[in-house]
Design a binder for this molecule. Sequence first.
Ligand SMILES: Cc1cc2nc3c(=O)[nH]c(=O)nc-3n(C[C@H](O)[C@H](O)[C@H](O)COP(=O)(O)O)c2cc1C
Length: 345
Amino acid sequence: MNLNEIWEKARELMAPNCRACPECNGRACRGEMPGVGAAGDGSSWTACTEFLSRVKIRMDTVHEPWQPDASTELFGVRLSLPLCLAPIGGMNYNYNGAISDGYWSDAAVAGSRMAGVLPFTGDNALSDQYELGLKAAKANGGINVCTLKPWRDNGKIISRGLECAAAGAPALACDIDAAAFANMGDSVSLLAPKSAADLREICSALPIPFIAKGVMTAEGAVKCAEAGCGGIVVSTHGGRVLPSAQATAQVLPEIRRAVGDALTIIVDGGIRTGADIFKVLALGADAAMIGRPFVVAATGGSALEGGAEGVAMYASAKRAELENLMVLTGCRTVGDITAARVAVV
Ligand SMILES: Cc1cc2nc3c(=O)[nH]c(=O)nc-3n(C[C@H](O)[C@H](O)[C@H](O)COP(=O)(O)O)c2cc1C
């Protein structure tokens, strides 16, 4: 099986919710929620891809013929490239149920392990998605970052975090940008924004790093660092929580300047290629995160050699693309991918 076959198969299986477009850029599914699109006019997603297209890579081809090394370490886990698989929930209500939530979390976590990327799995009002993510973690040496909803009750976040830590998880995450998420329906009343004091309470109770997902300002990132968070995901939830948000890659440099090395910074939103990964690393991220295409890879793969294999194949393709660019830009290691390697036009 190859990625073209996977995408063709996925197109048959995922209609009408996801069209498995050759370029997953938020245009065909604009505004489709529940579904796989972004909120309203879809502009929070398209802003991400448009900004990334304005970041240009500076070639540097005069160097010794070394092999590039794209590997890195994130939360104590050795990765073959700086890439995370995003938490995606609701295979039934967002997709068309071609694969189940259980199949997806198993494929996401096992496929990530095969390719050496870091998986994150989601959470919902029924808690079954959290349970499935924890189960997949346990089957894969604990290496999965369960991403909890921002439950009003901090105790619920802490007790689940302790459960994840006991399973060997490298970190716990929480999509704090879901606090007023319309897609949650009536369950949104169970969620609440997290203050600096809330974050401090949660971080101090956990033996593993806590990652706040959905931070878009330098001020917010500083609060997270001061509260003891280990990391943030610079994210607009794939454009799903509101329209007209800034592009995620655009706010990266100011966030990095504000927090220095105090936080591990992951970024998502329209990242699709090794070039996009290169760009966000140059703008200040420690790692990129990709969401929707991994679900396509797992679904198309499910009908061929397997969902985990589809996930691993997609991640490995990103590594090959990144390594190729590293040769063309004179970057031997990911640490060499600095702001000097790009220009924003
Ligand atoms: C259908 C769908 C469901 C999602 N569910 C969750 C979730 O349960 N938890 C979460 O933190 N983010 C969720 N996200 C957001 C993703 O984790 C991620 O931020 C976003 O998809 C990244 O953008 P990309 O898909 O353009 O790569 C979801 C996104 C989609 C498209």
